[in-house]
Design a protein around this ligand. Structure first.
Ligand code: DAT
Ligand code: MG
Length: 137
């Protein structure tokens, strides 16, 4: 079993498609082991996305992530990290494969509806950024 970290981003929560995305997560065989709806401060978003701090889109990205509530998730299955990246689809919804969440729900490169850890190292940073051990069941 492997765990990864996921976010249902502001554009999706605002459009009330949280339930549709959760349904697809469970249908794909993931177990939701942690979940909460939170409003990030811009500073918290900056800490979460610190790996992108030198990128030109960092400020815009962090403002967007703090714009309205998100749903943060820890999800579990065999090969969870790669399988969740595959279900999400390419970063830019315009490039995402048919059947992926970003293809179906993403609005733009910036507002692409979902996040997923890209490696075991990032999952190990991102899960405890949002959840303590008692919240993962
Ligand atoms: P991913 O979310 O697929 O892991 P990433 O880690 O490269 O992609 O970037 C994090 C987020 O930043 C991404 O989901 C959307 C936004 N982003 C990436 N590249 C961008 C760009 N060139 N312009 C604007 N936003 C961008
Ligand atoms: Mg990334």
């Amino acid at each position: 079993m492997e765990r990864t970290f996921a976010i249902i981003k502001p554009d999706a929560v605002e459009r009330k498609i949280t339930g549709k995305i959760l349904e697809k997560i469970e249908a794909a065989g993931f177990t939701i082991v942690g979940m909460k709806r939170i409003l990030l401060s811009k500073e918290q978003a900056m800490g979460f996305y610190y790996v992108h701090k030198e990128r030109p889109f960092y400020d815009e990205l962090c403002s967007y992530m703090a714009r309205s509530p998100v749903v943060v998730l820890a999800i579990e299955k065999a090969n969870a990290i790669a399988d969740w990246r595959e279900l999400m689809g390419a970063t830019n919804p315009a490039d995402a494969e048919e059947g992926t969440l970003r293809k179906e729900f993403g609005i733009s490169l910036g507002e692409n509806s979902v996040h997923g850890s890209d490696s075991p190292e990032s999952a190990a940073y991102e899960i405890p950024y949002f959840f303590n051990a008692l919240e993962l069941v």
